[in-house]
Design a protein around this ligand. Structure first.
Ligand code: ZN
Length: 99
């Protein structure tokens, strides 16, 4: 790996760990933690820690995919879903939280 590329990789990784710290910090407001979790997942994808499938993980439809978080305390644990399946998944999470 070239030095410049390695430096960029390291800088992104530092940023990732900072956002992981933020989203695990229960003293911070929820909206800040969810924002950091989403950002950490985006960085994880850039860094190759998460691989985006070619189609929706549930219905296998091709098209624009979204990262679904089951738990913002696990920022890199995401499922790639199409918008329709994402609505379903969010409904499940909301149901699980209210139960
Ligand atoms: Zn789908």
């Amino acid at each position: 790996m070239k030095k410049r590329k390695r430096d960029r990789h390291r800088a992104l990784f530092v940023r990732l760990s900072r956002h992981v710290d933020i989203c695990l910090d229960s003293l911070r407001p929820r909206r800040i933690r969810t924002r950091s979790a989403r950002y950490a997942a985006a960085l994880g994808e850039t860094l190759g820690l998460i691989t985006r499938p070619r189609c929706c993980s549930w219905c296998r439809r091709h098209g624009r995919l979204q990262r679904h978080h089951w738990d913002y305390g696990e920022p890199l644990n995401v499922t790639f879903l199409c918008p329709d399946c994402h609505v379903l998944a969010d409904g499940m999470v909301a149901h699980a939280q209210s139960a």
